[in-house]
Ligand binder design. Structure first.
Ligand SMILES: [Zn+2]
Length: 85
């Protein structure tokens, strides 16, 4: 999983995850289908329960830290200090 940042959040622009999960016939899954995929992945423990189709959160034990930043717009996670003098 190369998308996740330092805190395990992998944000996707609108409809981007749909395109990634396109099926063999080239059909892009609907948002409903995508929500089902996300729900299943949560059930299997692949992603954290706060995940949704705009941001998948990987369990800390499943990703290697150190790439990207440690913020997430979807979940409102920011490094407050960065914006203060
Ligand atoms: Zn997030």
């Amino acid at each position: 999983m190369g998308w996740a940042n330092q805190i395990g959040h992998a944000e996707f622009p609108q409809d981007e995850l749909n395109k990634i999960l396109v099926d063999k016939e080239g059909k892009v899954p609907s948002n409903n289908a995508l929500n089902n995929h996300v729900r299943k992945a949560k059930g299997w423990g692949f992603i954290e329960t706060e995940s949704n189709r705009r941001c998948l959160i990987l369990p800390v034990s499943h990703f290697q830290k150190g790439i990207g930043d440690a913020t997430c717009d979807e979940h409102g996670i920011r490094k407050a200090k960065r914006f203060r003098p």
